[in-house]
Design a protein around this ligand. Structure first.
Ligand code: FAD
Length: 404
């Protein structure tokens, strides 16, 4: 059995940032991933808060050098000619006013390679199959069926959709969000804005808030196009994923125009029931980070931000604990993470009940309100100077009543 200070399950953004931070603190770190990298995962649009977290972990440089599409903000459009462009630099004074649109196969590989260069030990095609919580012993299996055991001082679960510890330790909880489906593909040759909004994500509201689409432009000229709707709405069409994607994209005037000369560059994929929750985020021997903890919804592109935030915070606290300092994981980790997650949850709820669209599309919203919302949509959901963070529900409700 091999001994390590920290064992990390999964080499996505949550795993990479915690690995990089912990090796830089002088700990021995083992990361395993069941897949070979590069590998595809959905989640291609980043928020400015990601840049801050990567910078803090000394990982931003490898991303800045990689020629990703700069993302300066978000456009919201409807088929009834509503249109609002939110510029991320017009925030509440935060340092980062932009981020990137990234193909995750490239982004995730750059991050884990960077963590490896900094000193962590990474092993691919190695799956975690068992965990003894009391002894803190992890069992992995390689492609050839060989099993090996590791004993760690701390285990970080960064297994994303694999949800390794929630499954093995029975920590799954019911998500508060409805069952939704995402149907997605990539295309070439789209018609893009030629002004400063080139590079923004475009969120298209379909019909009477029946569904919405993401349009994420990449620097290589291809674009990610995904549709999100309830399972009930999807089933009402009686179509396959591919038929539904083609139908929705070309029946909706703004995207029909945007993709009139486009061809799909990949097959249509889908994910159903992606929202997830857990009963707790930590115990004495382990911490859940990123999508292995709670995942809400893709509408505000918050997933990678929350993965980096939780991976980063978990690493800081583990480093302090292993150096002999007292750490209150309830307050410093779970309460902290849930504060940001719950702010995003209020915005996701307000998106699906239509309140937020009314605010975003209103031409009566003043610059003060817009700044506060821009800060939240940039991932600054822990900023206690922002009343839209500290009283998110009340602020949304009051603003809606004034603007409707
Ligand atoms: C439809 C949809 C669209 C989205 N769009 C966005 C977006 O635009 N922007 C955004 O920020 N987020 C988006 N997200 C969220 C995003 O996909 C996730 O939040 C993000 O990938 C989480 O990162 P992670 O590091 O937690 O996990 P992941 O990136 O999923 O990495 C986990 C790793 O763990 C490995 N693993 C799993 N099981 C095991 C095991 N047993 N043993 C070893 N390794 C294992 C996996 O192979 C994987 O490489 C979207 C999500 C959905 C559903």
């Amino acid at each position: 059995m091999e001994l390590v200070d920290i064992f990390i399950i999964g080499a996505g953004p949550a795993g990479s940032i915690s690995a990089a931070k912990l090796v830089q603190e002088g700990f021995s770190v083992k990361v395993v991933d069941r897949l070979k990298f590069p590998r595809f995962v959905i989640g291609e649009s980043l928020l400015p808060r990601c840049n801050e977290l990567l910078d803090d972990a000394n990982m931003l440089e490898c991303i800045q050098k990689a020629d990703f599409q700069l993302k300066g903000g978000a456009i919201f459009e409807s088929e009834y000619d509503d249109y609002t462009a939110l510029d991320f630099s017009k925030n509440m004074g935060q340092k980062w006013g932009s981020s990137f649109q990234v193909k995750r196969e490239k982004f995730d590989k750059l991050l884990i390679d960077d963590a490896q260069t900094k000193g962590c030990d990474v092993e691919y095609e190695t799956e975690v199959i068992a965990y003894d919580e009391n002894e803190n012993i992890i069992t992995v299996k390689n492609l050839d069926g060989r099993e090996k055991r590791y004993k760690a001082k701390k285990v970080l679960d960064a297994s994303g959709y694999g949800r390794v510890l929630p499954r093995l330790l029975n920590l799954e909880a019911e998500s508060s969000l409805a069952l939704r489906r995402a149907v997605f593909a990539r295309v070439d040759n789209d018609v893009r804005p030629t002004d400063e909004t080139n590079g923004y994500i475009i969120i298209s509201v379909v019909g009477n808030n029946d569904a919405w689409m993401w349009n994420i432009p990449f620097s290589d000229g291809t674009t990610s196009v995904g549709i999100v709707c309830t399972e009930k709405y999807f089933n009402s069409f009686g179509m396959s994923d591919e038929e539904f994607w083609e139908h929705t994209v070309y029946a909706y005037p703004p995207t029909a125009k945007r993709y009139k000369n486009s061809k799909r560059t990949v097959d249509v994929g889908s994910i159903v029931g992606y929202s997830s929750a857990v009963t707790k985020l930590f115990a004495q021997n382990y911490i859940l980070t990123g999508n292995a903890s709670e995942f809400l919804d893709p509408v505000f592109s918050s997933g990678v931000t929350l993965a980096l935030e939780s991976g980063s915070k978990a690493a800081e606290l583990v480093a302090r604990e292993l150096k002999g300092e007292a750490v209150d994981y309830q307050v410093e980790y779970e309460d902290y993470m849930m504060m940001g997650i719950n702010v995003f949850r209020d915005y996701v709820d307000a998106w699906y009940d239509g309140t937020l669209q009314t605010i975003i599309f209103s031409d009566k919203a003043n610059a003060g309100i817009t700044k506060k919302i821009v800060s939240i949509l940039s991932g600054y959901v822990w900023d206690e100077k922002n009343s839209f963070v500290t009283s998110s529900r009340l602020a949304l409700k009051t603003t809606y009543e004034i603007l409707k």
